[in-house]
Design a protein around this ligand. Structure first.
Ligand code: UD1
Length: 412
């Protein structure tokens, strides 16, 4: 329940990145021993990844913002019941086949991997010498041993780059990933793998080179801050007005989106503790397109669209990564937004204020976008959320309250 309030004032600390920690946890399966990962966000998807690792025989323990993972001999089988809950489960594919020579990933439906295929993960690993078979219970992979090769990705897929990079660490010889994704979370993963003893160069660039090693060791690693959270609170500041500091946030990993916020009238700048944000006037309309990093990430889009619903002028937002990622727009319209979607485009005619109402959140980012959109409305809004927001945000409502917003959560 969100009662409009503002301006937002104060500081919040940005927690570790969901899209990084889940992959770092998957990477622990590459080496026996006790791994410790710090700055772990208290979110549901981390629990799911712990359960997935435990189901294979690992021991996990979470306390005080860290997760300890003890890896021994694992059964390299990721069961459907867990995989279907979380797309990021596919990150165990590369490390498991590299270390154990076999893997089973419980994705139903044989070759039909639904709306988010993993064909590039599989063909990339096949280039390294793996063989995959689609069975009713999932994908089964085997290899007599992975061998380094040049893999050119048809698209810079984040997940495929991560799976290939992890698998190649234990392959014989050198692997080159061309047209690799460049997201900061990939550089974070490479940095942990290198601490484990891997030999990776070029992460964060379109060409990553991995020289295979015989074995890796358990390590300690700190997760990078969540740039998607930071963008959520930037947009919130734009919607409610105010001045906030996002401690720990990394400006250098958010260049392009900060530039876009600037064009909309939300000022950001790096400061000693993180990023300083100020929203003082009604936002200005802008056009934007989502692109792989360093472009504006698709995950930022719901917050940017929420902000543009109250901008002065008309904006066109184009989605280039995932078809049909505009489901939340219908909910914004219920709050009085004037948005029309046409294929991969949303045309947003800014209104002065949204009106409040009752809306439904369909996924993590859309849920957060509806909550922040409601901050600047004229009346109370209820966002019905079936646990989606908790999958990605440790305490969205608490963070907004600590900045002076009136956001309450009730169970049931
Ligand atoms: C990751 C992020 C997600 C983000 C996305 C793009 C995690 C847990 N998720 O998802 O939040 O929105 O990056 O920045 O880190 N594709 C294929 N075949 C493949 C792989 C991908 O066709 O084998 C397509 C996808 O359907 C999509 C595009 O490539 O259209 C990008 O996907 P990808 O970069 O792989 O995203 P994810 O790693 O799934």
């Amino acid at each position: 329940m969100i009662t409009p309030a503002g301006p937002l004032e104060g500081e919040i600390t940005i927690s570790g990145a969901k899209n990084s920690v889940l992959k770092l946890m998957a990477a622990t399966t590459l080496a026996a021993g006790v791994h410790t990962i710090y700055n772990v966000p208290d979110i549901h998807d981390v629990d799911v990844m712990c359960r997935l690792l435990e189901s294979m025989g690992a021991r996990t323990e979470r306390r005080d913002g860290l997760v300890e993972i003890e890896i021994g001999d694992l059964e390299p089988v990721a069961p459907f019941a867990l995989v279907e809950q979380m797309r990021a489960s596919t990150a165990v594919l590369g490390p498991l086949i590299a270390r154990f020579g076999r893997v089973e990933l419980g994705i139903p439906g044989g070759d039909d991997f639904g709306h988010r295929p993993i064909d590039m993960h599989l063909t990339g690993l096949e280039t390294l010498g793996a063989q995959f078979e689609a069975r009713p219970e999932g994908v089964i992979g085997t290899t007599p041993g992975l061998k380094g090769a040049v893999v050119t990705l048809a698209f810079p897929s984040v997940g495929a780059t991560e799976n290939l990079m992890m698998a190649a660490t234990l392959a014989t010889g050198t692997t080159v990933i061309d047209n690799a994704a460049r997201e900061p979370e990939i550089a974070d993963l490479a940095s942990m793998l290198n601490k484990m003893g891997a030999r990776i160069t070029g992460s964060g660039t379109p060409q990553i080179t991995i020289e295979g090693v015989d074995r890796l060791e358990a390590v300690t690693h700190r997760v990078i801050p969540d740039r998607i959270h930071a963008a959520t609170y930037m947009a919130a500041t734009g919607l409610a007005g105010g001045e906030v500091v996002l401690r720990e946030a990394r400006y250098d990993q958010m260049d392009m989106v900060c530039q876009k916020f600037g064009e909309m009238g939300v000022r950001t700048s790096p400061c000693r503790d993180g990023i300083w944000v100020m929203g003082r006037e009604r936002p200005t309309a802008v056009d934007l397109s989502t692109l792989p990093y360093p472009g504006v990430a698709t995950d930022y889009k719901p917050f940017l669209v929420a902000l543009l619903t109250v901008a002065e002028g008309t904006s066109i937002v184009t989605e280039n990564l995932f078809a049909g990622r505009f489901k939340y727009v219908d909910e914004l319209v219920k709050l009085g937004a004037k948005v029309r979607t046409d294929g991969n485009h949303a045309i947003i005619r800014g209104v002065e204020r949204l009106s409040g109402g009752e809306v439904v959140s369909h996924d993590i980012r859309a849920g957060a976008a509806l909550v922040i959109a409601a901050l600047g409305a004229t009346a109370e809004t209820v966002v019905l959320d079936d646990g989606h927001i908790a999958r990605g945000y440790p305490d969205l409502a608490g963070d907004l309250r600590s900045l002076g917003a009136d956001v309450r959560v009730s169970a049931g």
